[in-house]
Design a binder for this molecule. Structure first.
Ligand code: BG6
Length: 486
């Protein structure tokens, strides 16, 4: 259903995130009838652009990013009428008073400030907004990751944002939570009676979470080299996925019911520090190789540096120390320049306790639930079956296979579409509460510290491979393997 007309101000309105994700996403919501005429989408950046120049950029962004729907020229034209631009510098006073005047906030109208800038200026923007009275009424602020680079800096950002906005006004984005397939984890776990009785250490042998990308660091080298895969992907996206898998059933879908449960998982994570980081973690950095059918440069060439200790790949063995999960390893893995783009959660159940089959039946594989987050979204349950025919009882592993595209035949909204509208509606369920972000950093900090203290940096791996061989060794030591689709 449409929401009342609202204002959305995008700081960083000319930036990568706005152009690639936010503006095309808003256009989709608009063509779906969710954004009423009278709403305003205001891009803010330092560039001295006029309204019509900005609208042309928005048009290009929509045409590039919104697929077939953007072929409807009338829809694009009416969407552009909602778009406006203001040139502003967060570090200078000039222009802010006029900006506040132009916004003309009223107590009833929802106004969302989206901080899609580089994180160094989040705090200044929030201060300016407060100074100009732009923090009261139905005002909400969206904070993009990275929120800090460790616990202390994250707390400082949260404090600073908190001086201008209440927690109920603050929406910390982790766009993985907006992915349809991630929300489906809630449906799968709590809409079915089948899984929950088995969802524990007694029946589950291990959990694997892989978020692999085939791209390199692209144009974000400067940012990325100061972050690395643990800060960029694990502290947020992979831990959120882990929480969705591991959390206790919340009593309801109320925002805090779910977030309380996720927080408990984060706080139950076994610490990884100097004492065990060498056994439980592997870092990698890609070298030149081949990807997507062509030769690609290594990480150092890409960022134009002779050396760097920044990891572009991480594999970890995590553990949730509570009654449900005691002793079950959660193997996490993420990297750039992997052989393919694939995000997947694999739950491997325990082996059958006793086999009644002869050797001729062939190997019996443990059941697996494979939740494919992207691309080719779907859910597969691997089960043993009899191979047809008279040749005795021969077993084969077969997939009960559900593809979302085939089953539902609808377009999958992008994560940001859903999340943007949730902010406008004031629903924080899929956003991270302050304590969650900080608990995730509290776990990540000792890992980073342990790595800093190590003599060696990340291990090299060839672009287009699954990371350094040490990542394979990490799981093989436990007598297990990374799941491979076959
Ligand atoms: C972002 C990271 O949060 O997520 C990027 O900063 C990464 O490095 C991206 O490429 C991956 O998102 P998606 O939706 O393409 O899986």
């Amino acid at each position: 259903p449409p929401v009342e007309a609202f204002d959305l101000v995008i700081f960083g309105g000319t930036g990568d995130l706005a152009v690639r994700k936010l503006l095309p996403g808003l256009f989709h919501r608009y063509t779906d009838g969710q954004i009423r005429p009278g709403s305003r989408i205001i891009g803010v950046a330092r560039d001295a652009l006029g309204e019509s120049e900005y609208r042309e950029r928005v048009r290009a962004a929509v045409e590039k990013g919104a697929g077939d729907e953007a072929k409807n020229g009338d829809a694009v034209a009416t969407f552009l009428e909602l778009v406006d631009y203001v040139a502003l510098d967060a570090r200078k006073d000039a222009g802010w008073a006029q900006f506040a005047q132009k916004l003309a906030l009223t107590p009833e109208r929802v106004c969302v400030f989206y901080l899609a800038t580089s994180p160094e200026i989040f705090v200044e923007i929030c201060e300016r907004l407060r100074e100009h009275g732009l923090n009261t009424g139905q005002v909400r602020v969206v904070v993009e990751k990275p929120i800090g680079r460790d616990l202390a800096s994250a707390a400082a950002i949260n404090d600073a944002v908190g001086r201008s906005f209440g927690e109920h006004q603050t929406f910390r984005i982790d766009h993985y939570l907006g992915k349809e397939t991630v929300q489906n984890l809630i449906a799968l776990r709590f809409g079915n009676a089948l899984f929950e009785p088995l969802w524990n250490a007694e029946h589950i042998d291990n959990v694997q979470i892989t978020v692999a990308e085939s791209i390199g660091v692209e144009i974000r080298g400067a940012f990325y080299d100061g972050a690395g895969a643990l800060r960029d992907m694990v502290q947020n996206h992979l831990l959120q996925l882990l929480c969705m898998v591991a959390m206790e059933p919340p009593a309801s879908l109320a925002p805090d019911a779910i977030r309380d449960e996720k927080l408990k998982v984060l706080r139950a994570l076994k610490p990884i520090d100097e004492s065990n980081a060498a056994q439980l973690s592997v870092r990698g950095q890609y070298r030149a190789g081949a990807s997507n059918g062509g030769a690609v440069p290594g990480y150092l060439e890409e960022i134009g540096k002779r050396e760097s200790r920044t990891e572009t790949f991480v594999a970890l063995k995590a553990e949730v120390r509570n009654w449900r999960w005691a002793g079950v390893p959660f193997y996490l893995r993420t990297g750039k320049r992997m052989p393919e783009r694939v995000s997947e959660i694999v739950i491997t159940f325990r082996a059958i306790p006793h086999s009644i089959f002869t050797e001729q039946a062939g190997p019996i594989f443990a059941n697996k639930l494979v939740i494919r987050l992207q691309p080719d979204e779907g859910v597969k349950l691997m089960v043993m079956n009899k191979y047809p025919g008279p040749g005795g009882l021969r077993l084969r592993e077969v997939a009960l296979d559900m593809s979302f595209a085939e089953t539902f035949g609808v377009r999958y909204p992008e994560a940001y579409e859903r999340l943007l509208m949730d902010v406008v509606r004031g629903n924080p369920t899929l956003f991270m509460r302050r304590d969650e972000v900080e608990a995730a950093w509290a776990w990540a900090d000792p890992i980073l510290k342990a790595w800093e203290g190590m003599q060696d940096g990340p291990k090299p791996y060839t672009a287009g491979t699954w990371g350094p061989s040490a990542a394979v060794a990490l799981i093989e030591r436990d007598g297990r393997n990374w799941h491979e689709d076959g």
